[in-house]
Design a protein around this ligand. Sequence first.
Ligand SMILES: *[C@@H]1O[C@H](CO)[C@@H](O)[C@H](O)[C@H]1NC(C)=O
Ligand SMILES: *[C@@H]1O[C@H](CO)[C@@H](O)[C@H](O)[C@H]1NC(C)=O
Ligand SMILES: *[C@@H]1O[C@H](CO)[C@@H](O)[C@H](O)[C@H]1NC(C)=O
Ligand SMILES: *[C@@H]1O[C@H](CO)[C@@H](O)[C@H](O)[C@H]1NC(C)=O
Ligand SMILES: *[C@@H]1O[C@H](CO)[C@@H](O)[C@H](O)[C@H]1NC(C)=O
Ligand SMILES: *[C@@H]1O[C@H](CO)[C@@H](O)[C@H](O)[C@H]1NC(C)=O
Ligand SMILES: *[C@@H]1O[C@H](CO)[C@@H](O)[C@H](O)[C@H]1NC(C)=O
Ligand SMILES: CC(=O)N[C@H]1CO[C@H](CO)[C@@H](O)[C@@H]1O
Length: 726
Amino acid sequence: MKMAVRISFWLLLVCVLVMFINGTSQQQQEGSLVKYDGRSLIIGGERKILFSGSIHYSRSTPQMWPSLIAKAKDGGLDVIQTYVFWNLHEPQPGQYDFTGRYDLVKFIKEVQAQGLYICLRIGPYIESEWTYGGFPFWLHDIPGISYRTDNEPFKFYMQNFTTKIVNLMKSESLYASQGGPIILSQIENEYQNVEPAFGSKGYSYVRWAASMAVGLQTGVPWVMCKQTDAPDSVINTCNGMRCGESFAGPNSPNKPSMWTENWTSFFQVFGGKPYIRSAEDIAFHVSLFIAKTSGCYVNYYMYHGGTNFGHTASAYVTTSYYDEAPLDEYGLIRQPKWGHLRELHTVIKACSKTLLNGNKSNFSLGQLQTAYVFQEDSGGCVAFLVNNDTKAIANIEFRNRSYQLPPKSISILPDCSSITFNTAKLTTEIGKRNVRTVQVLSSTTSWEVFDEQTVKFSDTSLQADALLEHMNVTKETSDYLWYTVRLEVNSFCSKPVIHVKSFAHAAHAFVNGIYAGGAHGNHDVKSFLLETPITLDSGVNDVSILSDMVGLPDSGPFLEQRFTGLSEVNVRCEENDIYDLAVNNTWGYKVGLMGEDLQIYKEENLEKVVWTGFDPSVKKPITWYKMKFDAPEGDDPVALDLRTMGKGEAWINGQSIGRYWASMLTYQGKPSQTLYHIPRSFLKETENLLVVLDEIGGDPLQISVNTISWTTSKSKKTCSKHDKQD
Ligand SMILES: *[C@@H]1O[C@H](CO)[C@@H](O)[C@H](O)[C@H]1NC(C)=O
Ligand SMILES: *[C@@H]1O[C@H](CO)[C@@H](O)[C@H](O)[C@H]1NC(C)=O
Ligand SMILES: *[C@@H]1O[C@H](CO)[C@@H](O)[C@H](O)[C@H]1NC(C)=O
Ligand SMILES: *[C@@H]1O[C@H](CO)[C@@H](O)[C@H](O)[C@H]1NC(C)=O
Ligand SMILES: *[C@@H]1O[C@H](CO)[C@@H](O)[C@H](O)[C@H]1NC(C)=O
Ligand SMILES: *[C@@H]1O[C@H](CO)[C@@H](O)[C@H](O)[C@H]1NC(C)=O
Ligand SMILES: *[C@@H]1O[C@H](CO)[C@@H](O)[C@H](O)[C@H]1NC(C)=O
Ligand SMILES: CC(=O)N[C@H]1CO[C@H](CO)[C@@H](O)[C@@H]1O
């Protein structure tokens, strides 16, 4: 795309008028062109201030899309921003999947049908707390590959997938240049974070990626986020919580100031607690970005987070994703966040002509107070009065009038005289989320169990004389990998303790089929130790360790070289004898659990194993539970409360609703996530099959089926923080 030249507003207005005179057909054609200048994107000849929100199609269901998009539109958004998830779409090289939740074209067409635009972030590296940052695992086995750098094999596959997506969009006429809704595309993602690790190859890779993307001739601009040296004509954009303060601005006077990720909250990991960002704080920073950097595009990351179904979350990330966003995990409106931002959008939209075309000035109103004024010769005038004092109200004079500015707030005066919006004053409804328990699955007789058998060395067909890297063996087909070895004990060994060092996320040790103990790491450490007493027989003992990954890593350089899995295994006796099992031993490997191989979470496979009655007094690790329940009446979203379980995964009618980990507590002693979303479309009216795999063996008799709703009440006009956690 060629760099758009700066055109004066009046010339543009003439263009627009000419278009109107020339009739509809030309209007449609011209109306779809996307250009930009130093002030904003120019769509169909018009400068625009655009509010955008991230909604990832694969984190909800096609049945939810229309209502999510409608609520986003009602909330004042113009654009829906989504990543494209390479590992969903190309599970094997050259084999593509765009069905169901992966139906990108259907999602974009729904956005178009509701009259919104799309920002398509192809990546194809996306991070996004998505397993392996969106890369399909088969990339790992391409000879000589090195990800995200000037490396021929990587560039080949990156270009191949990017081209595939661009061609798919073109064939469906989805680019604005073709009359479609896509006004922007993104190549790469926050590359500057890793660029120094690649030296000069990182620099040349950025230039290659930009020119490869631009060469695909989409007819709409490309952006690179967090990439201050994005080559022309690619626009460098800001990601962060406070881009009004942190963004150094576009790297050319001919590029507009855009914010591609404004974090409405933050992703959560198992063991971490939710990050609550108030509506007032978001509104403050959006207003500041528009006022101070002449921002013309603000995207909320996320506007709706949704659910990390199956194994799609990256390392340690919870199944619930950005539940604190303006639309909650279930797609329900979260007040006051949704309403407060909606009011801000309305106020900004009403004065966008002056903001986009007026002359800007700024001056001090006091030590911590600043005014930003946009003014047109024609009389239009908009002012933003910033009070950056977090404690005190500021009494200031502006244009010969007195104003009181609440602490840490921005007041917007669309006519430079009366305040119509203050970022710290909530006038919208306040909401409270309700969780109604419809049924507790407490009937012992309706549960049945299947005990997963411990895998022994003699059961394995894959054997090696070393401890193998976990991901390279599982190839992402399962979270689990059995490592097993035979240990011959000749001499006397009292009080033996097994010592395992792992770079995966959790491990369980068994000796001769008997559970010895487990351990796990957390998001912030690279490895953990499992040390537990064991009982050894004299002679040959079977040592089996189940290694577990709770999602693949999604960030950092050299992802293809990451080592996970066991790195040390030894048995220590009280007599100071140490049996090092990692060396001079043949290890046997088995990928995944038997229940996974047989897919016993599907109705048609239930009979492939023998289920027995459930005895609550027996707690066993690695156990499958099943039962059937009826769907709650009505349309309210449904969630399973799994707080009494340990760690594992749950399936409804054969579909995974994601991993759960209730036994991993925050420092306040609570599970990070207790409720697990069951999309309505996964349910039938009666006899829904629930299968739960638990590694530790929790208490299924307290699992409950719940419905979710919100009640709202009028807010008192105060500036206190109301965005409560439910
Ligand atoms: C992508 O690679 C596949 C082989 O994996 C090939 O069939 C296809 O033509 C390539 N597509 C493009 C656009 O290069
Ligand atoms: C006004 O803006 C200029 C340019 O961004 C900046 O250097 C200056 O410090 C600002 N003045 C005040 C009072 O904020
Ligand atoms: C901005 O200021 C310049 C110089 O004073 C003036 O020529 C121009 O008309 C102003 N722009 C608008 C939109 O009022
Ligand atoms: C407000 O004050 C904080 C803390 O001193 C500072 O970091 C920030 O840049 C200030 N923001 C504005 C808009 O002046
Ligand atoms: C404010 O008052 C002064 C003196 O009364 C006057 O000169 C000035 O034009 C006024 N400013 C505005 C913006 O009305
Ligand atoms: C991955 O496994 C293959 C065999 O399946 C082996 O050839 C290769 O060296 C392994 N790669 C790494 C990085 O461990
Ligand atoms: C492994 O075997 C080698 C060669 O037989 C031997 O030198 C070494 O001491 C052994 N290491 C251990 C830990 O048993
Ligand atoms: C620096 C940082 O935390 N970046 C986060 C920004 O949000 C993206 C969402 O895609 C995360 O992946 C990053 O970790």
